[in-house]
Design a protein around this ligand. Sequence first.
Ligand code: RAT
Ligand code: ZN
Length: 431
Amino acid sequence: MKTSPNKRLDPRRLSQRIAATVAAAPVRDIHTHLYDPAFGKLLLWGIDDLLTYHYLVAEAFRQLDLPYENFWELEKSQQAELVWRSLFLGRAPISEAARGVITTLNRLGLDARQGDLPSIRRWFKDWKPADYVDHCLNLANVQSVCMTNSPFDADERKIWETGFHRHPRFESGLRLDPLLLSWKSSFREIQSSGYKVKSTLTKETILELRRFLRDWTTRINPNYAMVSLPPSFCYPTDSITSQLLEKVVLPHCSEFGLPFAMMVGVRRAVNPELGLAGDGLGLSNLRGLENLCQQYPDQKFLVTLLARENQHELCVLARKFRNLHLFGCWWFTNIPSIIQEMTTMRLELLGFSFTAQHSDARVVDQLIYKWDHSREVITNVLQQSYCRLASSGWEPSDDELKRDVGLLLGGSFGDFCRIHPAKQIIETRHR
Ligand code: RAT
Ligand code: ZN
């Protein structure tokens, strides 16, 4: 082997190349709560939706001297004014969610310090929703977003059942929380939409539930099926959730080759008065996840966890099971300090075989700040990691940087969903 003279490392130049690559890389946003413009009112956008985002409502209530119910009785625009007053006028909007509004307005060309709410509202009025969606996707450099689609949401269901022309940049995800977590009411809903299901998992009920999932999968063509779970989730157990997973959901995923996404660690309605903003988190026990990965080696699991304290153990679990793909910094972990820590740790333990971030955007404009802020942190992490690698003797070329960054921003997810574990083994053997 030839020896090559040690090239001199220019860390500043390398850092600039990394920053430029991350900024230019289009994102595949694999989990959002956005809707295809064809869903009309379900698609949220504009200043009032930005300000009444539940992340901000929770923060605003900390300053508001107002009973909860009085807030909920107000019109959306009045709620937005209260949030604006408590988080943007009385103090600097320093929290991640509040700064997000500033970044978004700024990138849209609006100066939050000059603009009063009415004039900001007027600016939004000139847009048609479908054009505005494309504008935001382009500003955020997001190539596609994955929706969260629930057959249990009556408004959404109607639109799927009527049919519509799908926007090419909106992918779908099949959300199954009610089926798996509120069986007592969901079996009745499934029943009333024409499936012969009973409250107990009889043979016929199982077959009918499979038919229900088959119909919805064919209708919406999802990237994956998904559920969010409490920290107490365990598998296998005698619980109905565990049985439904074993007898209905996992066989269904296997039939359609669908990955199963699990978002674990949420404690719903810790403060019910806060509505959507009232959920909390808890530390999860990962044995259930480990058992699933072990018992279903051909099933692909996409996982993100809510508790910061679970992240290291989850990385180690992903090293043990190639059918486990980690994604995003979910919800309360989606703040720069924790994204920095998680992304660094994931790179150090898993290389590029994970998806660095998803936006979880509920309002289309949020794509702009969520991705701007994430790109900034991902850039910092990569600058550190590649500089280390370069001083060890491996400086990446521009093409290599583009390839690797692409993996973190959606490419690894695509590869994970495409590759069949059994096929992986065969391909390795033939090499
Ligand atoms: O991040 C959020 O907006 C949460 O309210 C949840 O929707 C969470 O992301 C979920 O998908 O359960
Ligand atoms: Zn979500």
